[in-house]
Design a protein around this ligand. Structure first.
Ligand SMILES: NC(=O)c1ccc[n+]([C@@H]2O[C@H](COP(=O)([O-])OP(=O)(O)OC[C@H]3O[C@@H](n4cnc5c(N)ncnc54)[C@H](OP(=O)(O)O)[C@@H]3O)[C@@H](O)[C@H]2O)c1
Length: 257
């Protein structure tokens, strides 16, 4: 079965949204490469999905804050069988910026920026040459929180900045790839009921996040906001960006003189 759909590589597949992507894609007949640090969980899920769906599942243990592991995952993403790359692994790392351990901030950047970018760079040439493929980057609604104060939201400058990178990286890349065979999507969930936030009840179910993302992929939507009923806000965002670009001239703005 998997030979038709090809292989989906999913980072952060040991829990939450990533594990739901794995189950959904297994149901659709994809072979899978499951990436995370908790190998026992990956192996458990792999055995279950292989048995239930007659697909092949690899458990690839990797810590995506470590350069060598990041390179190994990127290398696997270049595999000829790869038809879908889902960069989903993530942690919060919240806290007042001046107090957060600089090492943790660096890890956030590796996990949310370097990892997805390098894996996408690895996967794309083959996907383009083979004439099929897709990339989903899981960002967050917090990518759009720049105009809000920290409270009552968590202090989150690096997390939000990294997720904003994923939003703009994916949208700009989508422009480069428009009309071609490879679709890219950035998925921006709001609060979701996973281990990420202690399984906070009343948040969106990870199943709904993945449903939205896979429907959006089929429709060719670049920005998927699972809980956004009307797309007006996205249109307004694009218009605001166009206004910034068109409004900024080569002459110094009067208020700076
Ligand atoms: N939950 C929310 O409210 C929410 C909202 C918006 C966006 N998001 C984003 O959605 C994505 C998935 O989050 P989730 O809610 O499903 O969280 P989760 O249940 O905590 O799962 C996070 C996944 O990322 C993996 N991961 C974390 N650090 C890793 C590392 N250093 N190397 C490799 N894998 C690592 C974890 O596996 P191991 O621990 O086994 O390594 C786990 O599989 C994240 O990018 C998150 O930022 C979440």
């Amino acid at each position: 079965m998997g030979a038709q759909q090809g292989t989906a590589l999913i980072t952060g597949a040991s829990a939450g949204i990533g594990a739901v992507y794995a189950r959904r894609l297994a149901e659709r007949g994809y072979d899978l490469v499951l990436v995370a640090r908790r190998e026992d969980r990956l192996r458990g899920l792999a055995s279950e999905l292989e048995a239930a769906h007659s697909i092949r599942v690899e458990a690839l243990k990797a810590d995506l804050t470590v350069d060598a592991d990041l390179q190994r995952v990127a290398q696997r993403a270049a595999g000829e069988d790869l038809t879908l790359l889902i960069n989903n692994a993530g942690i919060g790392g919240y806290g007042p910026f001046e107090q957060v351990d600089p090492l943790l901030l660096e890890q956030l950047v590796r996990l949310h920026i370097l990892g997805p970018m390098l894996a996408t760079r690895s996967a794309l040439p083959g996907m383009l040459a083979r004439g099929r493929g897709g990339v989903i980057n899981v960002a967050s609604l917090l990518a759009f929180s720049g105009s809000l104060p920290p409270n009552p939201l968590p202090h989150r400058a690096t997390y939000a900045g990294a997720k904003a990178f994923l939003v703009q990286f994916t949208r700009t890349l989508a422009g480069e790839l428009r009309g071609g065979p490879v679709r890219v999507q950035v998925c921006c969930p709001g609060m979701t009921e996973t281990e990420f936030n202690g399984g906070y009840k009343g948040a969106m179910k990870p199943e709904d996040v993945v449903t939205a993302s896979l429907v959006a992929l089929e429709r060719g939507e670049t920005v998927c906001v699972p809980g956004l009923e009307a797309a007006d806000a996205l249109v307004a965002l694009e218009q605001a960006e166009a206004g910034m670009r068109a409004g900024a001239k080569t002459t110094l703005a009067a208020r700076y003189r």
